[in-house]
Design a protein around this ligand. Structure first.
Ligand code: ZN
Length: 296
């Protein structure tokens, strides 16, 4: 890396990025090496991507589900990596006990937000008889604990949006209002047909994972870190802030740098017991408290 003009600067990236860009693991000086590599890639990149400010860094997060402690932990973690912007993938409410507080905190960020199915259910007056009794009880509790202003804000959210050089959606891009689940390369392929940006972030399954389209091939990739390569498209699930379901109870989100063309997934600890106690105090179903501890 000799000769890199960024030598000696503090890049402050998670260590996964170095592996993504260089394919090697070096414990010391990893941030410096990342920056050097990113500089080389930027020099080769198209004129369009050079228009994106070098220091722009997004925290992409969603499926908060009224878990205030997890949301606060994620925002603090993101800020520790010099994140400059945020984008929210929806399901701000539902399941946990702080819906209004989470709406307020996300609204204060002033960032792009898309609508999730729980945001839709909580802000409408639809009949709940088709839901199982646990789900119906949790939805009704959320409706009872949101103000009309909160509900209107949730109602006004769009299903998908383009933000700078990427897209955000809660469930799918092919039929976003149908709330289908993308759990396979085949299901990701349907969304790729409607993806007009190189990268799209989504949520809904609460399981972090990525899909890459190269020509007609779509394949699954690990949700740890990915270097965005020219000619390929990426459909990336950032996992869930407030109710992870991949067996890891820590809050999940991702950091994306448009100029460095890198996405890194992050897992963040938060005080789960405090959230479980709030669920019990609110009279919400016990299963909602238990699943947080298991990450299921
Ligand atoms: Zn969700």
């Amino acid at each position: 890396m000799g000769g890199c003009s960024l030598e000696g600067t503090k890049a402050n990236w998670p260590r996964g990025i170095l592996q993504a860009r260089c394919g090697i693991i070096v414990r010391s000086a990893l941030f410096l090496e990342l920056r050097c590599e990113a500089l080389k890639i930027m020099a080769q990149s198209s004129a369009g991507s050079r228009l994106i400010p070098l220091n722009m860094r997004f925290a992409i997060f969603g499926d908060i589900h009224a878990n205030l402690e997890a949301l606060e932990a994620v925002l603090a973690d993101a800020r520790s990596f010099d994140v400059t912007h945020f984008a929210c993938l929806g399901d701000v409410v539902g399941y946990n006990a702080n819906p209004s507080e989470c709406v307020e905190l996300v609204r204060q960020l002033g960032c792009p937000v898309v609508k999730g199915n729980h945001d839709e259910q909580a802000s409408e007056d639809t009949d709940l008889s088709t839901f199982n009794s646990l789900a119906a009880k949790a939805i009704q509790w959320t409706r009872d604990n949101l103000s009309e202003v909160d509900k209107q804000w949730l109602r006004d959210l769009k299903f998908s949006r383009i933000v700078r050089d990427f897209t955000v959606t809660h469930a799918t891009l092919d039929t976003p209002a149908a709330w289908g689940y993308v759990l396979s390369a085949l299901e990701a392929a349907a969304s790729f047909n409607y993806q007009n940006t190189q990268v799209c972030f989504y949520g809904h399954t609460h399981v972090p994972v990525g899909y890459v389209k190269n020509g007609v091939m779509v394949e699954e990739i690990d949700a740890s870190h990915v270097a965005i390569e020219t000619g390929k498209k990426y459909f990336l699930n950032v996992g869930s802030v407030g109710q992870p379901r991949d067996g890891d109870p820590r809050a999940s989100y991702a950091i994306y740098s448009p100029s460095e063309k890198v996405v890194v997934w992050r897992r963040v600890e938060y005080p789960i017991e405090r959230v479980q106690q709030k669920i019990r105090d609110a009279g919400l179903p016990e299963r909602l408290a238990l699943r947080l501890g298991m990450g299921k």
